[in-house]
Ligand binder design. Structure first.
Ligand code: ATP
Ligand code: PRP
Ligand code: MG
Length: 285
């Protein structure tokens, strides 16, 4: 029988939609199976829907072969799994926050204080590294409410926009960890499962590259071609095709999302016209 790769994704919550989106971008069609498990119709993949806290353990034990989990959970759970890919999504930070009205002189403020968190392992290691002796109060959710109800003096929790802190009268004073969703794997996968995983990783990279790049088409006067091409590296080099209008060419290339606006301005300065920028569906480099 052909082997099948088992992936654990969060059942519902912040990671679920992006994890399923990643599989979709990889061209994987998922059958509407049960609530806790389903299979792909066009790829040897079985999907388990779990609480994110349990994913590192299930992957370490081989119940699932791979999983998508926040770096925060991966570090907190200290399970012997391998990081296979940094997905680039669900970016957030784990930070210390205190009441907004408190003056904050620096980390020593936390000495002797009570800090509420759902991440005691990461917090204790951070405090130890910084020689701070504080009490860690472990709670499993709604951490930001703790100072307001007298449960703790400070919190150590996930921050993204900062709006939850703001709504609870808190301010972020130290960032201990920058996190993103990781693809993790069991360290003992057999050859067949490794081959399936390699195929999946190839697709993930193609989808990631596509998102990171744009396809650009423009018209350029021939005498300006050299300076315009110099701005557009392309995958190998830009494609240049003559236009019906003599003295003009059409230039096609790929540019990185991060360089996008700066390059566009420079292209216009050099005389480029009719610039079209299109999304790329997949990119194999
Ligand atoms: N505000 C946020 N912005 C970006 N990423 C976040 C945010 N909050 C959480 N995350 C990331 O998403 C992961 C899942 O968050 P979520 O709040 O859904 O977890 P949960 O409530 O523990 O879910 P579960 O019910 O599966 O245990 C976190 O571990 C973190 O990596
Ligand atoms: O800085 P912000 O953008 O406000 O995001 C931070 C909040 O997001 C997460 O909670 P979530 O909203 O997922 O709810 P939960 O506590 O039910 O997991 C996290 O636990 C923080 O409370
Ligand atoms: Mg959880």
């Amino acid at each position: 029988m052909k082997d099948i790769l088992k992936i654990a994704v969060q059942k519902s919550g912040r990671l679920n939609e992006k994890s399923m989106g990643l599989l979709k971008e990889c061209g994987i069609k998922i059958n509407n199976g049960g609530k806790l498990m389903s299979t792909a119709s066009n790829f040897p993949l079985e999907i388990f829907y779990l609480r994110d806290d349990d994913i590192p353990q299930y992957v370490a034990e081989g119940v699932a072969d791979i999983g998508i989990v926040g770096e925060n959970e991966y570090l907190e759970k200290q399970q012997p799994v391998e990081i296979i890919n940094r997905t680039g999504f669900s970016k957030c930070r784990l930070s210390l926050a205190i009441k907004r009205e408190e003056a904050y002189p620096g980390l020593e403020w936390f000495s002797g204080k009570r800090i509420a968190t759902s991440y005691p392992v990461i917090l204790k290691s951070f405090l130890q590294k910084n020689n701070i002796d504080a009490t860690v109060e472990v709670i499993s959710g709604s951490v930001e409410i703790a100072p307001g109800i007298g449960l703790a003096d400070a919190v150590f929790d996930i921050v993204s926009t900062g709006s939850t802190l703001l709504a609870n009268g808190l301010k972020e004073v130290e960032v201990a960890l920058r996190s993103e969703a990781l693809l993790i794997a069991n360290t003992m996968l057999n050859r067949e499962k490794k081959e399936i995983l390699d195929k999946l990783l190839f697709r993930i990279e193609a989808a990631k590259s596509a998102k990171q790049n744009k396809y650009i088409l423009l018209n350029a006067p021939n005498e300006k071609l050299d300076s315009i091409i110099a701005l557009l590296p392309g995958m190998r080099s830009p494609t240049v095709l003559p236009l019906a209008d003599e003295g003009w060419s059409s230039v096609h290339s790929v540019i990185n999302e991060d360089d996008f606006w700066e390059v566009i301005d420079q292209l216009k300065e050099k005389g480029a016209e009719g610039i079209l920028v299109c999304p790329i569906e997949k990119m194999i480099v």
